[in-house]
Design a protein around this ligand. Structure first.
Ligand SMILES: [Zn+2]
Ligand SMILES: [Zn+2]
Length: 299
């Protein structure tokens, strides 16, 4: 599971930072959290093929989060006409995309499957073999959604136990991996003894919003919590007016949600350096870093 930050600024691109976008790679899935202006070029630089994107999760329809979507759809259309791109977003997403598609002339090859999410609380809206994705309503100046990608727990064979019991490799181990008891030479193999559970990893992405109780519930025990940190704590008033968070807001959520690591992102362009934000976040939560464009995290 690999995470690449493709954009870490709020509102406008700066020389160092592109607008909000995170790419997650997981076993053949390429998931974009938001798709800010310039995302395609960022992907080029990060050596991520555009056709690797399978799903786009849109937080909200402010320009800094969706400005790159049309170009991406056009490129995938020209390169891989038979592909399907899943796009998820808040209420209004279908309408916005239909306007986008009408705004330029191109042959739309890719099939778009668009799903509007209108959660009242935390909801699981997608379940695949190996992962689920949850969403929760946020509190911003536009309908906005936070997302969690959660890998399912999986069973791993307990090799030392199998060796001890003289159970060789073979088809009889398949049932164990599915979580069922198995059998070998007429003898039962208990799944509890012969396997162990490997906890799935969890990533939560929240931007843009003021701090609210859904943030804590959605981010609960995340291994990686990516959260907006538009302003320093000194600008708390501004953050509330524009319905954003400060670094300390993000850190308070991280602490209350018992996450493993917090990554601050979506910085206002007024900040040339953001280490002061990391420092003030550390007063609430110690394992915190500031995102920068092209930063990679292996989970
Ligand atoms: Zn924003
Ligand atoms: Zn916004």
């Amino acid at each position: 599971m690999k995470v690449v930050f493709l954009g870490t600024s709020s509102m406008v691109p700066t020389k160092e930072r592109n607008p909000s976008t995170v790419f997650l790679e997981f076993e053949g899935e390429g998931i974009l959290f938001d798709c800010g202006e310039g995302t395609q070029r960022q992907m080029n630089i990060a050596k991520i093929k555009r056709t690797r994107v399978t799903r786009v999760l849109i937080s909200h329809w402010h320009g800094d989060h969706v400005g790159g979507l049309l170009g991406l759809i056009q490129t995938i259309s020209s390169k891989d006409k038979d592909s399907t791109l899943f796009i998820y977003g808040p209420k209004g997403t279908k309408n916005h995309i239909s306007h986008l598609l009408k705004s330029i002339i191109f042959d739309k090859g890719v099939t778009l499957k668009i799903m509007e999410l209108v959660p009242k609380k935390i909801e699981t809206f997608l379940e695949e073999d190996k992962f689920i994705i949850q969403c929760a309503p946020m509190n911003h100046r536009a309908p906005c959604i936070g997302y969690s990608f959660i890998e399912k727990d999986r069973r791993k064979l307990n090799l030392s136990y199998l060796r001890k019991m003289k159970i060789p490799d073979g088809a009889h181990l398949k049932e164990l991996q599915k979580g069922k008891d198995g059998a070998y030479n007429g003898k039962k193999i208990s799944v509890e003894s012969a396997t162990k559970i490997i906890k799935g990893r969890k990533l939560t992405f929240i931007t843009d919003s003021i701090r609210n109780k859904n943030c804590i519930e959605l981010a609960d025990k995340s291994n990686l919590f990516i959260c907006e940190s538009t302003y320093e704590a000194a600008l708390q008033d501004k953050a509330e007016i524009y319905m954003h968070m400060t670094s300390v807001d993000a850190a308070k959520i991280a602490k209350n949600a018992n996450v493993e690591k917090l990554v601050l992102t979506h910085f206002s362009q007024r900040y040339k350096e953001v280490q002061s934000m990391v420092k003030e976040a550390k007063t609430e939560f110690s394992n915190v870093v500031a995102a920068k464009d092209f930063m990679k995290i292996e989970m």
